[in-house]
Design a protein around this ligand. Structure first.
Ligand SMILES: *[C@@H]1O[C@H](CO)[C@@H](O)[C@H](O)[C@H]1NC(C)=O
Ligand SMILES: [Zn+2]
Length: 533
């Protein structure tokens, strides 16, 4: 279990990781590089933490480690090699749920078996459910209460309330379960947001930017269940945008655990151990639905009601618009200052435009922030939650990217022939960020470990691209946005941080917290007070 969120937990984690290191030093005979040794130590720590290896004395023989790796690889859709290869190491650093995976392979095998048995013997329903449900792993009632104990600081209570309500509905709409919120007193499921220490990721490769996002406890009869969202991620949680970790998806997943569901090997399942993005698609997969129905049965109406991810994000958009896009009601600072935005760019007058969800803010060259406005008012055809935006001074046009499409606007008018498919112009889907780069005279689009260059005159990719991100010495992967500022430098943003890139020196020459340090982002309070952690 993830104890590291509780005070003092860090010490415990460290002790745990120390032992395998000593053990390896003493027993590894062949020359192994220090890096490999450190990797395998971290990996064993990871495999213990998520239930693939026992934790008794932190000693595992080769057979145990190989079989643990194979099981992990199977659940994670990797080639099953039993070796600690680079896809496996990478997967271990992917954001995931803090609940262990142990047993999920067996549970899933049983689930699939019973589907086939069910087809062969439709009268076996009663017998099957008796045989496959184990005491202590499910609730013995269908009507459950839940209570939100506290609210995360960086999100509005209204939005969190809606997210929680919708997440419970997701499950009750496809099963015989009924949930009721209670404001006080005892409840079967309690949701608590722990604002623990900030985990900076040093010294622990698997608790860095990825790491565990949340965990929940399985149901125990007669006891309350806590759902604990680790708050080292608090500021990276969003409800309205598509970048960052969507709190709704995380809550919906953890609720699955409190109902007794284990991790699913099905790639698009909500109960996959890896963080699933909110998209237009249905949130629950067939496997999630089968799993909850095997424990609790079908809805009494016989109807499954499923809400596509899109509908959920629109509901949150409406709520945010109604509130005028303010984050913390006590704070005068615009909401994007709390961390995430979808895209950022700067227009010819030197105004910075910040996009988030269905809104955009404009920060004048003097650092004054206007009220948020709906995207639709200025760029009528644009969808919510765009992924990248760039203004090009060369043609005075705005370019927007989302999914597999690109929009181009002259003023408020969408240019004829747009939106275009990104692959038509040689660009990737779902770009991270984009900006007009004067030294090249072209648009640069970042995506993962590569960047692409688009000639805006011909709307064709420039030859010899895409190239590796490493050309941009020091620029991190998965930036939220980027722009060329009037000081001639480029600024890259990711979550709360920024990186300043000097085109002359061809490398990053500075970094920091943008909301505090870059006045032109409009996030410094007029009185100079800073209330950020
Ligand atoms: C659940 O079903 C109700 C109506 O049956 C619907 O209004 C609601 O949007 C559904 N919620 C989800 C999360 O699917
Ligand atoms: Zn989980």
């Amino acid at each position: 279990m993830r104890i590291a969120v509780l005070p003092g937990g860090k010490v415990w984690t460290l002790v745990l990781r120390l032992f395998p290191l000593l053990f390896l030093k003493a027993t590894v005979a062949s020359p192994v590089s220090r890096l490999e040794r450190a990797e395998s130590t971290d990996a064993e720590g990871f495999l213990e933490k998520y239930g693939y290896l026992h934790q008794e004395d932190h000693r595992h023989n080769k057979v145990e480690v190989t079989s643990a790796l194979r099981e992990f690889q199977w659940l994670s859709h990797l080639p099953v090699t039993g070796r600690l290869d680079s896809p496996t190491l990478q997967q271990m650093a992917t954001p995931r749920c803090g609940v262990r995976d142990r047993g999920s392979q067996h549970t899933w095998a049983r689930r699939v078996n019973s589907i086939f048995q069910g087809q062969a013997a439709p009268s076996g329903q009663h017998r099957r459910s008796k045989r496959y449900s184990q005491p202590g792993e499910k609730w013995y009632k269908r009507h459950l209460t839940y209570r939100i104990i506290n609210w995360p600081r960086h999100l509005s209570p209204g939005q969190v309330g809606l997210a929680v309500r919708t997440a419970f509905q997701l499950w009750s709409n496809v099963s015989a379960l009924v949930f009721q919120e209670v404001a006080a007193g005892p409840a079967d499921i309690r949701l608590a947001f722990f604002e623990g220490e900030h985990n900076d990721g040093t010294g622990n490769a698997f608790d860095g930017p990825g790491g565990a996002l949340a965990h929940a406890f399985f149901p125990c009869r007669g006891e309350w269940v806590n759902l604990v969202l680790t708050s080292d991620m608090a500021e990276r949680w969003t409800l309205d945008g598509f970048k960052g970790h969507n709190l709704f998806m995380v809550i919906a997943h953890e609720i699955g655990h409190t109902l007794g569901l284990e991790h699913s090997p099905v790639r698009h399942a909500l109960m996959s151990p890896y963080y699933k993005k909110l998209s237009k698609a249905l949130v629950l997969s067939w496997d999630d639905i089968t799993a909850v129905q095997q424990l609790y049965g079908k809805p009494s109406s016989g109807q499954l009601v499923q809400l596509p991810g899109q509908a959920f994000s629109s509901a949150l958009q409406d709520l945010e618009l109604a509130r005028g896009g303010r984050g913390d009601p006590d704070s005068a600072r615009p909401q994007y200052c709390q961390g995430f935005f979808d895209a950022i760019t700067v227009d010819q007058s030197g105004s910075v435009l910040v996009f988030r969800g269905g809104l955009f803010w404009s920060v004048s060259a003097q650092g004054n922030v206007g009220a948020p406005r709906p995207l639709k008012h200025r760029w009528p055809q644009l969808p919510l939650a765009i992924e990248a935006a760039a203004f090009s001074p060369m043609d005075s046009k705005f370019y927007f990217f989302k999914g597999r499409r690109m929009w181009r606007y002259s003023g408020n008018d969408l240019d004829p022939g747009f939106p275009k498919r990104s692959d038509e112009v040689g660009l990737p889907r779902h770009p991270d960020s984009a900006f007009f780069y004067a030294p090249l005279g072209h648009m640069v689009v970042f995506k993962g470990s590569r960047y692409f260059v688009l000639n805006l005159r011909t709307l064709r990719p420039e030859p010899y691209y895409p190239r590796a991100l490493s050309d941009w010495n020091g620029v991190p992967r998965e930036t939220n946005g980027a722009l060329s500022w009037t000081d001639g430098r480029l600024y890259f943003f990711r979550e709360l941080r920024f990186w300043r890139f000097d085109p002359g020196k061809v490398r990053v020459t500075g970094s920091g917290q943008w909301a505090q340090e870059l006045e032109w982002t409009g996030c410094q309070r007029p009185d100079g007070a800073n209330d950020i952690l």
